[in-house]
Design a protein. Structure first.
Length: 380
């Protein structure tokens, strides 16, 4: 993987760049649709390519490990061949999912023991076997195993948690460097910066990640984890600034699991390059559509006889179908409603980051961001 910063905003830390992988280029800032079990819920890959214009999608190590399982993925030739997505893929380490299994997981130095949410079977994730698992999945970008502590953790818990994450990271790097990709394309590893909402812990974590990036085979970037998990929005933005002041400028920065359109623009302004979140598809399945004019609840009666396009400036699906038709589909509980709304929201998120890139290149990102942020948060 290679990364080049191509433009910077003169009035903020926003930048645009190019990530080069063996499965294609990724132009940043970028939003990555979440394809947890090898699919983005309700959206065909042809729609991801042509309507959404996704450049990279996510898979999740925890879910893919449980099903279809590593034997199937290896025999298929990796996730790219299994699901036929021929563009870049990023895999989460599964840490967030495992640590959210309250009551059915046990954390220790070796790794994390857990029971499957599917059948209750017992498993363990260690830094070593997670690296092996992500090699078998075959993602272009792999995440290191970390603990994602609760957002309101006290200082001592957060400090102990970060220590464990850092020791696990050292083991991930060792295993990554001593193993090879399985399917003929290169893979890279992203360490994750943790530390809750404590400035000194975040600084320590970011410095450790800088050291690790210098020892990694095949590039690497930095992920910022453990945010948007209950802390105030202003604190999240502060932690992003603290971390990005330290992380190297010549590596991509990935803010994990964030967030609303406003969150994304604020983070871009602070120097973040990559984003993912389930919000576009999850909210879409619940009839909530994001637009530059604000968010629309398509179950509301006000759309019943509104025959204007869903979004005249959106993707083909938005221009073909009317608000009244989508309202009807949701009221009738038709599956097509979930598909149209998911496609719209994902396409809007990709349009948002593409527009941000354009304005960074034009040198007026900060002004443009101020002009759209208020409307993005409206309910219409």
């Amino acid at each position: 993987m290679k990364f080049n910063v191509e433009h910077t905003d003169p009035y903020s830390s926003a930048r645009s760049g190019l990530i080069t992988t063996d499965h294609g280029d990724i132009r940043t800032p970028i939003f990555m649709p979440v394809g947890t079990v090898g699919s983005v819920k309700g959206v065909h890959f042809s729609e991801l390519r042509e309507q959404v214009k996704a450049q990279i999608i996510l898979g999740n190590t925890y879910h893919l490990y449980l099903r279809p399982g590593l034997d199937t993925l290896r025999k298929a030739g990796g996730l790219h061949k299994f699901n036929t997505w021929d563009r870049p893929i990023l895999t989460d380490s599964g840490g967030f999912q495992v640590f959210s299994l309250t009551g059915i997981r046990k954390l220790k130095e070796e790794g994390c023991e857990f029971r499957s949410h599917i059948d209750g079977s017992k498993h363990i994730f260690t830094p070593e076997n997670v690296m092996d698992t992500e090699r078998i999945i075959g993602a272009d970008i792999m995440m290191a195993l970390d603990e994602c502590p609760p957002g309101q953790s006290d200082y001592q818990y957060a400090k102990n948690s970060l220590g464990l994450t850092q020791r696990w990271l050292e083991r991930c790097v060792k295993r990554f460097n001593e193993t090879e990709p399985l399917y003929g394309h290169n893979q890279t590893l992203f360490p994750i910066v943790q530390g809750c909402t404590y400035k000194d812990l975040r600084q320590d974590a970011a410095k450790h990640v800088c050291d690790v990036l210098g020892r990694l085979n095949d590039g690497g970037g930095a992920s910022i984890g453990g945010l948007a998990v209950g802390e105030p929005t202003e604190v999240m933005y502060e932690m992003i600034e603290v971390v990005n002041d330290i992380l190297p400028k010549d590596r991509p920065r990935y803010l994990m699991g964030v967030g609303t359109p406003q969150n994304i623009l604020e983070a871009i302004e602070r120097g973040v390059d990559m984003f993912d979140c389930v919000m576009p598809t999850r909210n879409g399945r619940n009839a909530m559509l994001f637009t530059y004019q604000g968010t629309m609840n398509m179950r509301n009666k006000k759309w019943e006889q509104d025959f204007s396009p869903i979004d005249p400036d959106g993707c083909d699906v938005d221009r073909i179908h009317s608000k009244a038709y989508l309202h009807h589909l949701f009221k009738a509980q038709e599956l097509l409603a979930l598909q149209i709304a998911s496609i719209h929201n994902l396409a809007f998120y990709l349009r948002l980051v593409t527009d941000a890139r354009t304005h960074i290149e034009q040198g007026d990102f900060s002004q443009w961001k101020r002009s759209v942020t208020e409307d993005l948060g409206r309910r219409i």
